[in-house]
Design a protein around this ligand. Sequence first.
Ligand code: UDP
Length: 330
Amino acid sequence: MKVLVAGGAGYIGSHCVRQLLAAGHEPVVLDNFVYGHRAAVPAGVRVHEASLADPAALDRVFAAEKIGVVMHFAAYCYVGESVAEPLKYYLNNAAATYTLLDAMRRNEVKKFVFSSTCATFGVPAKLPLTEDMPQAPINPYGQTKLDVENALRALARAGEFSFAAFRYFNAAGAAEDGSIGEDHEPETHLIPLAIGAALGHRPPLQIFGTDYPTPDGTCLRDYVHIDDLSRAHIAVFDRLAQPGAALFYNLGTGAPTSVREIIAAVEKISGLSVPVKFGPRRAGDPPALFADSTKAQTELGWKPKFQTIGSIVETAWRWHSAHPQGYADR
Ligand code: UDP
């Protein structure tokens, strides 16, 4: 199947492109290269440089390619920035997605896979998180993703359109062969910051809060390997054949891992020590978030290949230690 990957030069999109190729599909990348990296796109994959907010450009892409499914990863992803500059998120993550959906409607492309987030749940009343738990985001990032989820529900109800929305927990790791990986600027995520601190390329890691009601006082998160996430997006294709399908899946390994456990994993794999500083809690961080992914396992036959935090951090280490400056294209 020919698959348009919006944001295909970004962290999650670029890993998905490779998994699509491995599964025998034909990915086509759409990216505006604000955050995407050209080197993250494999040779031979067609790239359209365009903004999702440009309807005429989208029409040109759909006219040039006979697209079967659109996968959408093109979003801003900084929670703190979304609080400081909410309109940036409403325009890019919500409004531009509606422009993309409208272009799909005009061009009669009816299958959509959406990159959503566990941030749509806000602070959960119960753990692990199942798909049917109440969604009450606590920042504009999570809110704009939930807004799109709701628009998708309405679209599926209204006609022939079908979609799957995946709520990721903490996307982590890199391609097993070390060829592509995480490179955000600025970087705010724990694993690359911890590895960078160990390598001496970044300042000591600041641990955000040691007084949480968790076994070691630091936050618990559910880290899931980027290639496992990608495989779920492809496994859902068959189900999108059903017009009106409205599918939601939480994707995580279900294993809560603390900040201190991540540091220990980085130290074990690298053989280096991670210099740390202790800081206050970061605003908007729930103490614990982890997924119940039974639905994805049952309906899609999805089973994360990377079950341990060590196996995930090992792939991240391989990428970051070989590419300390990331793609070095900024
Ligand atoms: N974290 C930390 N120091 C950092 C970055 C993150 O202690 O410099 C913690 C953060 O408070 C959270 C966990 O690491 O509990 C994962 O944070 P990250 O930003 O990687 O992902 P998030 O859970 O915010 O999506």
